[in-house]
Design a protein around this ligand. Structure first.
Ligand code: PLP
Length: 451
């Protein structure tokens, strides 16, 4: 019987994260404050702990993973690398398809890879409370779990419409001891302002971020956590690609192309950046690293590379990234984790400089790919992950046409057990494709901050 599952021992959990800044051809552009000046560490220390800020600005290639973090990682890591031979057979492709399964974490996605170190460093500097926001609930549940590991209280501002429509993600956060509030609340000025203007507001991620940041900035015992986009988040996620490299060595194989879904870019960076190190060093010049996004929120493929706010209300520093404009309103597609107007500045720069690529795929085809994958491999993927699966299957079918036996890797960022309502809409034919009109993108890009 052929080996299809490449597993590492717990002792082989990497001891260091990889910082791509050390190997980038050009240094990253720093975030700027409202006055156009570089944001000072003092301003950021109001809401982030020192060790995370150091990581945010570091250019060191290797950053040690604290033993206290590896001890939590071992609850589910190393995650398996699987060769999807049954999917290869179903497609009749000469290509080899591998996936890294990040759905095996307690919260069911890659997000705990960064939630755990974020909780740890806050604990280390004596923080007792953390605030954060959540849309669909993936990040909030990861942060609730991570806070519980170090005895930190977590308050989650959950966008009201999800709070009402996704009661089980809410219960999950409660099971890990977090307090979950329906945002907008009357506890913050940001929340009260919105409620005064729109008493029936459904909430939005932008408002929930503003509420969480406002509370953290106003309380010395409380900090704020973000689940994607920032450099330190991508750094923590490199554990995915570092493990995958060891596993490919075990398999005696190496990827020619890597696909990952891309919302804020953390899981894509996590799987791709450790491989980029070899590409940047000229060892694997032909390796392709491809971010996959929805055609309804085409940040990297149709956005502008410019300075913009990280949130909808213009509360955060401005960052140089691909953006659709901070007031861009993505349609209510089912891959909630991919509905973000911007993207990680690191990923944006690497795409801009041609070291990484991006493609966009339409929604219905992603569910089609997810169901094909579930029928062959058994696992029901998160709608976000279905984007990478679509791209990997399309590549495998191109290989079938040309006869090329390429090795394809994709990131299975999460399972879809809390997303069955979305699958239900797909099965009943109610899902639609939506290409964001170029005119509407032009309109929201007209509101970029002037630098
Ligand atoms: C949040 C999420 C994503 C997208 O976020 P990134 O920061 O781009 O990784 C992808 N897949 C799943 C399962 C998610 O929960």
């Amino acid at each position: 019987m052929q080996t299809t599952r490449f597993v590492l021992e717990q002792q082989e959990i990497p001891t260091h994260w990889y910082n791509v800044v050390a190997d980038m051809p050009n240094p990253p552009s720093p975030p700027l404050g409202p006055d156009g000046n570089v944001v000072s560490p003092e301003q950021m220390l109001a809401i982030f702990p020192g060790p995370l800020l150091e990581q945010e600005m570091s250019a060191e290639r290797w950053i040690p993973i604290p033993e206290e973090v590896r001890e939590i990682y071992r609850l589910w890591r190393p995650s398996p690398l699987i060769r999807a031979v049954r999917l290869e057979q179903a497609l009749g492709t000469p290509a080899k398809l591998y996936y890294k399964n990040e759905g095996v974490s307690p919260a069911g996605s890659h997000k705990p890879n960064t939630a755990v170190p974020q909780a740890f460093y806050n604990h280390m500097v004596g923080i007792r409370r953390l605030t954060t926001e959540t849309g669909a609930g993936q990040w909030g549940s990861s942060m609730a779990f991570a806070g519980q590991m170090y005895g930190i209280d977590v308050r989650v501002f959950m966008v009201k419409v999800s709070y009402e429509q996704k009661p089980f993600r809410r219960s999950m956060m409660q099971a890990w001891g977090a307090e979950v509030l329906s945002s907008p609340t009357t506890l913050t000025k940001a929340g009260r302002d919105i409620l005064a203007a729109h008493p029936d507001s459904d909430g939005s991620l932008g408002v929930a971020i503003s509420e969480a940041v406002e509370e953290a900035a106003g309380r010395p015992d409380t900090n704020y956590c973000l689940g994607s986009v920032l450099n330190h988040v991508l750094l923590h996620q490199t554990i995915i690609g570092l493990e995958a490299k060891k596993q490919f060595a075990l398999a005696g194989d190496w990827p020619d192309v890597i696909f990952g879904p891309c919302g804020g870019g953390s899981s894509f960076g996590g799987i791709a950046l450790p491989f980029l190190a070899d590409k940047a060093a000229g060892k694997t010049p032909n390796l392709r690293l491809v971010a996959v996004e929805p055609t309804s929120c085409p940040t990297l493929t149709k956005g502008a590379y410019a300075y913009d706010y990280g949130d909808a209300s213009g509360y955060t520093p401005i960052m140089k990234m691909y953006t659709l404009g901070h007031d861009f309103m993505p349609p209510g597609i089912h891959a909630g984790g991919l509905r973000y107007h911007g993207d990680s500045p690191l990923i944006s720069q690497l795409v801009h400089e041609g070291l990484m690529e991006a493609i966009a795929v339409p929604q219905v085809a992603t569910f089609e790919a997810g169901v094909l994958f579930a029928k062959a491999e058994g696992i029901i993927p998160a709608p976000e992950s279905c984007h990478a699966i679509r791209a990997a299957i399309d590549e495998a079918l191109r290989c079938k046409a040309t006869g090329e036996p390429k090795t394809i890797l994709f990131n299975l960022t999460g399972h879809g057990h809390f997303d069955m309502a979305s699958y239900d809409r797909y099965f009943s034919g109610k899902l639609e494709d939506f290409d964001y009109p170029a005119e509407a993108i032009k309109e929201s890009l007209a509101h970029l901050p002037k630098v």
